[in-house]
Design a protein around this ligand. Structure first.
Ligand SMILES: Cc1cc2nc3c(=O)[nH]c(=O)nc-3n(C[C@H](O)[C@H](O)[C@H](O)COP(=O)(O)O)c2cc1C
Length: 264
């Protein structure tokens, strides 16, 4: 029996680390020391990728850069919210003025697949319940949604881009990178929230960063130190891991070659 590379207690600590990481939605304003951020990025760079191509890039915004991005994104969020509230006329204005119209590389709002809706709803309702936001309270829900574009108060926001030339596989690789980054941050005392919402508008980040050609904005991450706000206690849990398994089809005994049959 192999003990594993980390040894018994190390393996248990690793399993705990994975389970204890949470999406943090309220940060302290304290800045992240640059060397700590570098260490997290260095860890994340060890994520495996398709042919070791590392087909992603990261734009990191702190200080004034972060403030400018926050202001630009919130402006767009407010314009889009106002348009939605304005009914048909509002939507028309959005189309004409284009102020607040999503310009992301990938759409972030679309119809959810029916089978994924229950988990999505349970996660959203659980969060709003914890925050004391009633389902009917659209204003409070909007305020909470807006927090995404305020980076939940984090001192640093990251924007992850993927190379379009590697198609779905660069997105897959970015996911592996993202989890490695979030676990490293958590292990080093930092908190994160991956934010698909931050891919809604790509214009502001393209204006402020020299994004290489073929790189498409897929996701953002807020990073910093968790505040004691109750929202950070939210744990949506997980389904039974067995539910992730795809059952094999029953194979007719006669169709299996004799050599492949299990001994009785
Ligand atoms: C790719 C990705 C995008 C996400 N986008 C958002 C987001 O835009 N806003 C948000 O509040 N949480 C976002 N989350 C956090 C998820 O809601 C969260 O991971 C999930 O509910 C499980 O909770 P946990 O991370 O605390 O375990 C995102 C997570 C991932 C991995």
């Amino acid at each position: 029996m192999h003990d594993g590379w980390l040894g018994g207690s190390g393996t248990r600590a690793f399993a705990e680390l994975i389970r204890a990481r949470r999406s943090v939605r309220d940060f302290l304003p304290d800045p992240v020391p640059p060397d700590l951020l570098d260490a997290v990025l260095a860890d994340a760079s060890w994520a495996p990728s398709w042919s070791n191509t590392q087909p992603y890039r990261v734009a990191v915004a702190s200080g004034t850069l972060k403030d400018r991005l926050e202001a630009a994104l919130c402006e767009r969020f407010d314009a889009a919210t106002k348009a939605k509230q304005g009914g048909m006329l509002g939507k028309l204005r959005l189309l004409v003025t284009r102020k607040g119209l999503p310009d992301g590389d990938y759409p972030t709002t679309f119809d959810y697949p029916e089978d994924l809706l229950p988990r999505r709803r349970a996660t959203g309702f659980g969060l709003y319940e914890l925050l004391g936001i009633a389902r009917s309270d659209a204003a409070a829900r909007n305020r909470q949604l807006r927090r995404n574009f305020e980076f939940f108060g984090a001192p640093t926001a990251m924007f992850i881009f993927v190379h379009e030339g590697l198609r779905e596989f660069s997105v897959l690789d970015a996911g592996v990178f993202l989890q490695t980054l979030m676990l490293s941050a958590h292990a080093r005392g930092l908190a994160t929230c991956a934010e698909g919402a931050l891919a809604t508008w790509a214009g502001p980040v393209r204006e402020l960063f020299d994004v290489p050609p073929h790189q498409k904005l897929i996701c953002g991450v807020s990073i910093g130190y968790a505040s004691p706000h109750p929202v950070n206690r939210y744990n949506p849990g997980r389904g039974n891991p067995r539910e992730l398994l795809i059952a094999p089809r029953a194979i007719a005994e006669a169709a299996v070659p004799t050599g492949a049959r299990r001994p009785p």
